[in-house]
Each structure stands twice: as structure tokens, then as C-alpha cells.
Design a protein around this ligand. Structure first.
Ligand code: NAI
Ligand code: MG
Length: 489
């Protein structure tokens, strides 16, 4: 039988008055169309689906469901724009458009932040301070590269792929759109982008930004839709490049589907990041990093630090401090500025997380959940720890994509490297220690695309991001991110 840890942790002793972010300044329509060739057009399918607010379960708007004919129109528009305008204008002009997009996002940042939190469930503090500024920064960063590509690839001939089909997930909706669109435009490609079905609204607002920036029609096309829309994009003959972020299963399907074609592919898939704490680490700082690593954005982060390895001599104190900190986390309305943990993105995802929590209990790991009360409506999940886990536990091996942390202990560096690498994924890791030599030793040996040292979940447009093994291939961000959108000779 699984035992719930009864140990007393300090209760959370005071409550804060709500500090709700205003919604007065946002503009939302009741229905969103497809953005094709610079205009909002009704879907050929005639179909729409609802996007809901996961913290209230209320419908926010209807969005068009693009069918293969709509996909075809968007691809034709992108090809036409590539042939007739985007490949003809100077790189400097391209850069100016991208700068303009960045500036408009900045100007409308508050509106974007609120809509992101309403549509996806993430706390306003995160969408306001992380997602939206980073999205603008990606456009700024790549705008700067547009007319300097030859410096990034000296002595090489480079050429855009042409049309890029881009499919993005729901965990960082605007930010993922920026990661995809900014480098594609800077390198001279045109784009058809599909947002995820549960979070299409900021992408459709981004389409408004494209109009406001006066981007030539067809350079960026944004089409909402579901799985079938994504599949039709992959199967369409026009795109020469496919960029996908999402589940490993769909990534594998795409790879299979385009095998034998000359389409280029970059995949950013799942993860099961290891956060490693050595006994010599600044423990309080590490606790904050672990909390951020797994509870940030409800754990809907491919590079989340969902596995924790603690050196045995400090394991008890670390677990105690973690529980204490978990008790102080505020779970609730994503639009409340006090909220640390917002809503789980969808009912499907909440069911998946709860399934794994039950599995952890069944696998006889010891569970601890924060004692907070959850809102009665909406999709919410308590921050959860599992102790006494081992490498063979499914909660240790599989991506849960929720606020669930699996803890293991270790004694030696060799042991922790072996354990940390012993999973199908290789996206992220974190190392907490006072010793620079240990950091350098581990960063060389951990099979992860990004290794943070004494911090976690830090992003910058100038640093490349991407994975090994089943976490995918190709890099986004930095100079590497340009390469994904260029043919090099
Ligand atoms: P998903 O991979 O099905 O969805 C991601 C995007 O791909 C969405 O826009 C979706 O419409 C599209 N899509 C789905 N099937 C497609 C297909 N056959 N061809 C082309 N596009 C397709 O992910 P889902 O179902 O939303 O989440 C399932 C799990 O995937 C999560 O629990 C999590 O473990 C993982 N995930 C990982 C993400 C990451 O950032 N690496 C992001 C989202 C989910
Ligand atoms: Mg939604």
C-alpha cells in the first residue's frame, strides 16, 4: 500500500486579498476566421470549434476548423508570397517588418498577456513577465539577423527553404509562434502556422499584428484547426520545411509521413528533465529552482525539471524544505497576480496527470500533495511530490506534463549521471552545486540539449534550445535557429 507522508509541514498561515488583472482592455471577437493571404476568411469547411477558459470551463470564442482545402489555400498563398514578394525584397526590408511586428507585440503586451492566461490557464504573472516579453524579444532578435545572415554562415551559400509549415502546442502559445515565425521570416521563408486547438487566440491576435505591420499578404498565414489540420499540413506537397513542437508520438508520425520526400524537419518533443542537487549546493536557492522547474506553468513545460535527484546526505532537509515551500504556493485564478499555479490546460491533460498520480500510488511511491483547496470549477491539480521512486517507475520514465515531481536520491556523481541519462528523452537538466568543476563535468556528460547551472527554466532568444533522443532534433533560438530555416551549400 502506498503511504501518504503524514509528517507535519508548516501550514500556510495567511491569505491574500485577490489582485485581479483587469480584462477591460482586451478585445476578443466571438468568432475567429482563418488568416490567409493577409485577410481573415471563413473556412471552406464551414466548421468552427470552441476554445474554452480552462479555469472556468466557459466558452471564450469559436474558431475556424481548417480542412484540407483551407490548408491548400494557405499553402498556395504562402508559395505565391514567397515567389512574388518575400524572395524579391531586400533582407534589410525583411528585417524592418520583423522589427515592426516585435514593436506592436510590445505595445499590445498587456492584451496578449491577459488573453494568453484566459485561453490557456497560465498565471498572469508568467504570461505578463515571461511569455509575451520573450515572444517580442524573439522577433527583435531575429529582425537583427535578417540582413546579416552571411555573417552567421561565412563562406557558405545559403538559401531559404521556401514555404515552412509550422505546428505548435498549447503550453506557450504565443511564444512558440514567435520561435517558429521569427527565424523563418528572417531567413526569407514564408509561413503557414497552426496553433493548438485549446489555445488559438493569441495566434489569431498575432495575425492582427501581421496586418497592422502591413506585412505583404501571404507571407504569414495562420490557420486554426485540430489534428486533421496539422496532418493535412504535413501531407501537403508545397512546404519544403516542417517545424513541429508537441508530443513525441505525433513527432514520430510526422517523421514517418515525410520519409522519402525532400522536406526538411525539425522536431521539439517531450522531455523528462533531471534536476540534480549536490550536498554543497545553496539549498534554499535550489528549492526555489526546483519549485520553478516543475510547478512553473503547471508543469506544462517540455523542459520541466520533473525528476529530482538529491544527494543522500541532504535528502531529508531538501524534501522538508520542498514541502514547506509547496504549502505556500497559491493555486487558483490565472488572472490573479498572486497566483503561482494556474489551471491545467484541458480536461484531457488533467485526466492524463491524474492517471499518472494514481499510477505513482499504485507503484508504491510515497506521495505528498500541497494541502491547498482547489477551485470548485475549472481544471486544477495540486502540486505533487513522489518520494521513494526508482528508475523503473513509470512516473520516473514517462512525460506527465503536469505539476508532479519524482524524487530519487544518489551518492556519487557517476551514479547520478547514469540515472539522469537513463530515459528515452534528452531535453533539459539542472545542476545545483557550489563547485564550478562539478558543473563543467556534468554539463559534458548529461545527455540534454540544455543544462542549467544553479538556475532553471531560463530562456533567451540568443541561446539555442532543442533535444537529443526522443526529445527531437534541430535547434530553435540563436544562430542555430537560423540554420533550421536555411539550405546551406
Ligand atoms: P499533440 O502533439 O497532439 O499536439 C501538438 C500540436 O500538434 C497541436 O497543434 C495539434 O493539433 C497538432 N497535431 C496533433 N496531431 C497531429 C498530426 N497527426 N499531424 C500534425 N499535427 C498534429 O499534443 P497533445 O495531444 O496536445 O498533448 C499530448 C502530450 O504531448 C502532453 O501530455 C505532453 O506530454 C506532450 N506535449 C509536449 C509538448 C512540448 O512542448 N514538447 C507540447 C504539448 C504536448
Ligand atoms: Mg482555450
Amino acid at each position: 500500500m502506498a503511504k501518504k507522508i503524514k509528517e507535519q509541514v508548516q501550514p500556510f498561515t495567511w491569505s491574500y486579498a485577490p489582485a485581479l488583472e483587469s480584462k477591460d482592455h482586451i478585445q476578443l471577437k466571438q468568432q475567429y476566421e482563418l488568416f490567409i493571404n493577409g485577410r481573415f476568411v471563413k473556412p471552406n469547411s464551414g466548421k468552427y470549434f470552441d476554445t474554452i477558459n480552462p479555469s472556468t470551463e466557459q466558452v471564450i470564442a469559436k474558431v475556424a476548423d481548417a480542412n484540407p482545402k483551407d490548408v491548400d489555400s494557405a499553402m498556395m498563398a504562402a508559395k505565391n508570397a514567397y515567389d512574388k514578394t518575400w524572395s524579391k525584397i531586400s533582407a534589410k526590408e525583411r528585417g524592418k517588418y520583423i522589427f515592426r511586428i516585435a514593436r506592436i507585440i510590445q505595445e499590445r503586451a498587456r492584451e496578449f498577456a491577459v488573453i494568453e492566461s484566459i485561453d490557456g490557464g497560465k498565471p498572469i504573472r508568467e504570461s505578463r513577465d515571461i511569455d509575451i516579453p520573450l515572444a517580442a524579444n524573439h522577433f527583435f532578435y531575429y529582425a537583427g539577423w535578417a540582413d546579416k545572415l552571411q555573417y552567421a554562415f561565412p563562406n557558405q551559400q545559403i538559401k531559404p527553404h521556401g514555404v515552412a509549415a509550422q505546428i505548435i502546442p498549447w503550453n506557450f502559445p504565443l511564444l512558440m509562434a514567435a520561435w517558429k515565425i521569427a527565424p523563418a521570416l528572417a531567413t526569407g521563408n514564408t509561413v503557414v502556422l497552426k496553433p493548438a486547438e485549446t489555445t488559438p487566440l493569441t495566434a489569431m491576435k498575432l495575425a492582427e499584428v501581421m496586418q497592422e505591420a502591413d506585412l505583404p499578404p501571404g507571407v504569414v498565414n495562420i490557420i486554426s484547426g485540430q489534428k486533421a489540420t496539422g496532418a493535412a499540413m504535413v501531407q501537403h506537397p508545397i512546404p519544403n520545411k516542417i517545424a513541429f513542437t508537441g508530443s513525441t508520438a505525433v513527432g514520430k508520425w510526422i517523421q514517418n509521413e515525410i520519409a522519402g520526400t525532400d522536406k526538411k524537419l525539425s522536431l521539439e518533443l517531450g522531455g523528462k528533465g533531471a534536476n540534480i542537487i549536490f550536498a554543497d549546493a545553496a539549498l534554499d536557492q535550489a528549492i526555489e529552482g526546483i519549485i520553478n522547474g516543475i510547478f512553473f506553468n503547471q508543469g506544462h513545460v517540455c523542459c520541466a525539471g520533473s525528476r529530482l535527484f538529491v544527494q543522500e546526505s541532504v535528502a531529508d532537509i531538501v524534501v522538508k524544505k520542498l514541502k514547506q515551500r509547496m504549502e505556500t504556493l497559491i493555486i487558483g485564478d490565472p488572472l490573479d497576480k498572486q497566483t503561482d499555479i494556474g489551471a491545467i490546460n484541458s480536461k484531457v491533460q488533467l485526466d492524463k496527470i491524474n492517471h499518472y498520480i494514481k499510477l505513482g500510488i499504485k507503484e508504491e511511491a510515497s506521495m505528498y500533495q500541497s494541502s491547498c483547496a482547489l477551485p470548485s470549477k475549472g481544471f486544477f491539480c495540486k502540486p505533487t511530490l513522489f518520494m521513494h521512486t526508482s528508475q523503473s517507475h513509470r512516473i520516473v520514465q514517462e512525460e506527465i506534463f503536469g505539476p508532479v515531481l519524482a524524487i530519487q536520491t544518489f551518492r556519487t556523481i557517476e551514479e547520478v549521471i547514469e540515472k539522469a541519462n537513463n530515459i528515452p528523452y534528452g531535453l533539459s537538466a539542472g545542476v545545483w552545486t557550489d563547485k564550478g568543476s562539478k558543473i563543467f563535468n556534468l554539463t559534458q556528460k548529461l545527455k540534454a540539449g540544455v543544462v542549467w547551472a544553479n538556475t532553471f527554466n531560463k530562456f533567451d532568444p540568443a541561446s539555442p534550445f532543442g533535444g537529443y533522443k526522443e526529445s527531437g532534433f534541430g535547434r530553435e533560438g540563436g544562430v542555430h535557429g537560423l540554420a533550421a530555416y536555411l539550405q546551406q551549400f
